[in-house]
Design a protein around this ligand. Sequence first.
Ligand SMILES: [Zn+2]
Ligand SMILES: [Zn+2]
Length: 140
Amino acid sequence: MALTNGQTSNIIQCKQCGKPFRSAGGKLCSNCLDEIEDGFRKVARYLSIGDARTDPDVDSVKELSDKTETSSWVILQLLREKRITLHKTLEGGLTCQYCHKPIASGDACDDCKNKLSEQLFASKSSRVSPLNPGSTKKYR
Ligand SMILES: [Zn+2]
Ligand SMILES: [Zn+2]
Protein backbone atom coordinates (compact mmCIF):
# COMPACT_ATOMS: atom_id res chain seq x y z
CA MET A 1 0.00 0.00 0.00
CA ALA A 2 1.46 3.31 -1.08
CA LEU A 3 -0.38 5.23 1.59
CA THR A 4 2.69 7.00 2.87
CA ASN A 5 3.49 9.68 0.39
CA GLY A 6 5.04 12.03 2.86
CA GLN A 7 1.50 13.22 3.46
CA THR A 8 0.39 11.12 6.38
CA SER A 9 -0.22 14.07 8.63
CA ASN A 10 -3.76 14.64 7.40
CA ILE A 11 -4.83 11.01 7.81
CA ILE A 12 -6.80 10.97 11.02
CA GLN A 13 -9.28 8.70 12.73
CA CYS A 14 -12.92 9.60 12.24
CA LYS A 15 -14.25 10.96 15.50
CA GLN A 16 -17.52 9.11 15.02
CA CYS A 17 -16.83 5.72 13.43
CA GLY A 18 -13.10 5.45 14.13
CA LYS A 19 -12.11 4.77 10.53
CA PRO A 20 -8.90 6.41 9.33
CA PHE A 21 -9.48 8.91 6.56
CA ARG A 22 -7.80 11.79 4.80
CA SER A 23 -8.97 14.95 6.49
CA ALA A 24 -9.17 18.39 4.96
CA GLY A 25 -9.54 19.83 8.43
CA GLY A 26 -12.72 18.10 9.59
CA LYS A 27 -12.94 15.41 12.24
CA LEU A 28 -15.44 13.16 10.47
CA CYS A 29 -15.02 10.87 7.47
CA SER A 30 -17.12 11.30 4.33
CA ASN A 31 -19.45 8.44 5.30
CA CYS A 32 -20.31 10.11 8.55
CA LEU A 33 -20.63 13.52 6.89
CA ASP A 34 -23.05 11.96 4.40
CA GLU A 35 -25.04 10.55 7.28
CA ILE A 36 -25.20 14.01 8.83
CA GLU A 37 -26.39 15.60 5.57
CA ASP A 38 -28.99 12.89 5.17
CA GLY A 39 -30.13 13.31 8.76
CA PHE A 40 -30.20 17.07 8.40
CA ARG A 41 -32.66 16.83 5.49
CA LYS A 42 -34.89 14.44 7.39
CA VAL A 43 -34.86 16.32 10.67
CA ALA A 44 -35.28 19.72 9.01
CA ARG A 45 -38.23 18.41 7.06
CA TYR A 46 -39.78 16.98 10.20
CA LEU A 47 -39.26 20.19 12.15
CA SER A 48 -40.76 22.34 9.40
CA ILE A 49 -44.08 20.49 9.42
CA GLY A 50 -46.79 22.60 11.03
CA ASP A 51 -46.35 23.56 14.65
CA ALA A 52 -43.35 21.31 14.98
CA ARG A 53 -41.29 24.28 13.87
CA THR A 54 -41.71 25.95 17.24
CA ASP A 55 -42.62 23.02 19.42
CA PRO A 56 -41.55 19.62 18.15
CA ASP A 57 -43.78 16.83 19.32
CA VAL A 58 -40.91 15.01 20.96
CA ASP A 59 -39.45 15.05 24.43
CA SER A 60 -36.24 13.19 23.94
CA VAL A 61 -33.48 12.81 21.40
CA LYS A 62 -34.47 9.18 21.09
CA GLU A 63 -38.02 10.10 20.09
CA LEU A 64 -36.79 12.56 17.51
CA SER A 65 -34.34 9.94 16.32
CA ASP A 66 -37.16 7.39 15.92
CA LYS A 67 -39.51 9.80 14.16
CA THR A 68 -36.92 11.01 11.70
CA GLU A 69 -35.09 7.70 11.30
CA THR A 70 -31.89 9.51 12.08
CA SER A 71 -29.18 8.35 14.46
CA SER A 72 -29.08 10.12 17.81
CA TRP A 73 -25.47 11.15 17.33
CA VAL A 74 -26.43 12.88 14.06
CA ILE A 75 -29.19 14.82 15.82
CA LEU A 76 -26.81 15.82 18.61
CA GLN A 77 -24.23 16.89 16.06
CA LEU A 78 -26.79 18.99 14.16
CA LEU A 79 -27.93 20.62 17.38
CA ARG A 80 -24.39 21.32 18.47
CA GLU A 81 -23.60 22.92 15.12
CA LYS A 82 -26.91 24.81 15.34
CA ARG A 83 -27.95 23.55 11.93
CA ILE A 84 -31.21 22.63 13.53
CA THR A 85 -32.53 24.62 16.44
CA LEU A 86 -35.16 23.64 18.95
CA HIS A 87 -36.99 25.86 21.34
CA LYS A 88 -36.88 23.36 24.13
CA THR A 89 -34.34 21.02 25.62
CA LEU A 90 -34.67 17.33 24.94
CA GLU A 91 -34.05 14.45 27.27
CA GLY A 92 -30.68 13.00 26.37
CA GLY A 93 -29.88 16.18 24.51
CA LEU A 94 -27.04 18.61 24.79
CA THR A 95 -25.67 20.04 27.98
CA CYS A 96 -23.62 23.15 28.56
CA GLN A 97 -19.98 22.18 28.40
CA TYR A 98 -19.20 24.51 31.29
CA CYS A 99 -22.01 24.18 33.85
CA HIS A 100 -23.69 21.01 32.42
CA LYS A 101 -27.14 22.58 32.38
CA PRO A 102 -29.39 21.10 29.64
CA ILE A 103 -29.41 23.31 26.55
CA ALA A 104 -31.41 23.20 23.31
CA SER A 105 -28.54 23.73 20.89
CA GLY A 106 -24.96 24.90 20.62
CA ASP A 107 -22.27 24.00 23.15
CA ALA A 108 -22.89 26.37 26.04
CA CYS A 109 -25.83 27.93 27.85
CA ASP A 110 -26.57 31.64 27.48
CA ASP A 111 -25.15 32.45 30.92
CA CYS A 112 -21.83 30.78 30.18
CA LYS A 113 -21.69 32.21 26.65
CA ASN A 114 -22.12 35.71 28.05
CA LYS A 115 -19.46 35.16 30.67
CA LEU A 116 -17.16 33.63 28.08
CA SER A 117 -17.51 36.41 25.54
CA GLU A 118 -16.79 38.97 28.24
CA GLN A 119 -13.64 37.07 29.16
CA LEU A 120 -12.60 36.64 25.55
CA PHE A 121 -13.15 40.30 24.87
CA ALA A 122 -11.19 41.26 27.95
CA SER A 123 -8.24 38.99 27.18
CA LYS A 124 -8.15 39.96 23.49
CA SER A 125 -8.23 43.69 24.05
CA SER A 126 -5.54 43.45 26.72
CA ARG A 127 -3.22 41.73 24.28
CA VAL A 128 -2.92 42.84 20.68
CA SER A 129 -5.45 44.88 18.82
CA PRO A 130 -6.85 42.87 15.87
CA LEU A 131 -6.24 45.89 13.65
CA ASN A 132 -2.57 45.89 14.52
CA PRO A 133 -1.46 42.25 14.82
CA GLY A 134 2.10 43.26 15.67
CA SER A 135 3.80 41.20 13.00
CA THR A 136 7.24 39.99 13.92
CA LYS A 137 8.14 39.33 10.27
CA LYS A 138 11.19 41.27 9.28
CA TYR A 139 12.11 42.48 5.83
CA ARG A 140 15.69 42.67 4.71
ZN1 LIG B 1 -16.79 8.14 10.10
ZN1 LIG C 1 -23.55 26.94 31.26
